[in-house]
Design a protein around this ligand. Structure first.
Ligand code: ZN
Length: 472
């Protein structure tokens, strides 16, 4: 069986801070400092009170590639507000806006009351909201981060730091068009800021415009050396070199690229198949992805070379659907199944703004492709009864480093859990879980809210379901 690789890993070589409320923070250089946990994130250096931290998981994950939103989450961005406006009082504003592990909404309301855009008080309000947005983003609450960053821009509509922060939040939400709009505005006031072009590169990449992405990253590098930008540019150039002699084809929801030596008829059939799957998944998940979905068809060697995916990978979704089609002249049932699986990933990615854990992504994708637990039920039940099933919490992050056999267990459990939910509660519950993930709710909390189950309950119920439906 060929599994698909989903490259939506959180971060490169990052640690995970797990809070007592279940939320997880991806961070670098996590250190204990008295009653604080200090760490670095893409949004700058921050600290949390130790009292709200449950534990810290040391990382070591280095995804081969990742979606633009995930890549930018792992990137080191310096989004400090403009130096010109900085006074000694302003870091005081940051401290007053965020302290003791939470945002001081009273303080911010006080700054905002009776404030019109442009004045000195408005700049203070913008600064405080900026600090709040950054804090919310690091905590993983992208809804609040967005609302704070938008408010900050409304008070200081010409401050590049505010514009850049808002563009960054949109990018993290995989809302590329909005991100681009604010980057354009930031450029008017900060033409020589390398971070503007760094973000612009990721935004174009997310919009499947690798040429413009490469041009933006080159500008960023001309302004400042940056290994992350260099790596991103190298990858874009690698993609481009391979895709140079590719042909393009488009349908209403897809942009397809394929090797010039592939059958043109195959490309048309792939698009036709994808459009059919699109309509079905759209109605099952009750969601229409706002952005067009990029698809690349490869020869086998090009796939291995470009994607650098592990040997057991059959296809891949890193924001674009990448499928090897060596020797195929038409869409057979196997390819149709693979396309459906990968397309489901794109739906879930866009619906949850990249916040779905891997087990939900792979569980729903397998369910949608038509896979069921019949073959694996007996061994899963055996593993469960022996108390050897991995807790679902361990299947949230990237599976890239998993050896093949372990990965097959992970896929089988992911499917079994989703199959149990769909068969006993209905697809509507899956949809409601995805909706909660989209607003930043931690996965187990979303399960509690929708299913009234925690992870242990869900595993138990799934094992029971497998026994009942597939038992001898
Ligand atoms: Zn998959």
């Amino acid at each position: 069986m060929l599994a698909c690789v989903l490259l939506l890993a959180d971060a490169a070589r990052a640690d995970k801070i797990v809070l007592k409320n279940g939320r997880k923070i991806i961070a670098y250089n996590v250190v204990e400092d008295g009653d604080k946990i200090r760490y670095e994130t893409s949004a700058g250096q921050l600290a949390l009170p130790k009292s709200i931290v449950d534990h810290i998981e040391k990382g070591g994950i280095l995804p081969l590639m990742s979606s633009p939103a995930a890549a930018v989450a792992a990137a080191g961005l310096d989004l400090e507000p403009a130096e010109t406006a900085a006074t000694a009082g302003e870091s005081e504003i940051d401290k007053a806006a965020v302290h003791d592990g939470s945002v001081d909404r009273n303080y911010i309301n006080h700054l905002e009351s009776g404030t019109a855009a442009g004045g000195a008080k408005a700049i203070q309000a913008a600064r405080a909201l900026h600090a709040a947005a950054r804090f919310e983003m690091v905590r993983g609450d992208l809804e609040r981060a967005l609302s704070d960053a938008r408010a900050a821009v409304s008070y200081a509509p010409e401050d590049p730091a505010m514009l850049l922060e808002l563009a960054y939040v949109y990018l993290r939400r995989s809302e590329f068009k909005q991100s681009l709009e604010y980057l354009e505005r930031a450029k008017r006031y900060a033409r020589d800021n390398p971070d503007v072009y760094k973000l612009e590169g990721w935004t174009y990449y997310g919009l499947n415009r690798p040429d413009q992405a490469a041009a933006a990253w080159k500008k960023s590098l001309a302004l400042r050396a940056d290994p992350e930008v260099q790596a991103a540019l190298d990858k874009a150039v690698r993609d481009k070199a391979e895709e140079e002699n590719y042909r393009e084809n488009e349908s209403s929801h897809f942009q397809l690229k394929y090797n010039g030596t592939a059958e043109p008829g195959l490309a048309r059939e792939v698009l036709h198949t994808l459009e059919g799957h699109y309509q079905q998944i759209e109605s099952e998940l009750n969601f229409s992805p706002p952005d067009p979905i990029g698809v690349v068809l490869y020869t086998q060697e090009a796939f291995a070379d470009i994607t650098r995916a592990p040997g057991w990978a059959g296809a891949l979704n890193d924001g674009r659907i990448r499928v090897p089609v060596q020797g195929l002249t038409g869409v057979d049932s196997e390819l149709s199944r693979v396309l459906r699986h990968e397309l489901t990933h794109s739906f879930i990615q866009q619906k949850t703004h990249g916040r779905a854990p891997t087990w939900i992504q792979e569980g729903v994708a397998q369910w949608m492709e038509g896979k069921r637990s019949d073959e694996s039920a007996a061994v899963l039940v055996q593993v469960y009864d022996a108390g050897q099933a991995a807790p679902l919490g361990q299947l949230e992050g990237s599976w890239m480093r998993m050896p093949g056999p372990l990965a097959s267990y992970a896929y089988a459990w992911a499917l079994a859990n989703i199959e149990y939910i769909v068969q006993t509660q209905g697809m509507g519950d899956v949809e409601r879980i995805l909706d909660r993930l989209a607003t930043g709710t931690a996965t187990e909390q979303a399960l509690r809210e929708v299913l009234h189950d925690d992870y242990a309950d869900l595993m138990q119920a799934t094992a029971g379901y497998l026994k009942k439906n597939y038992g001898r």
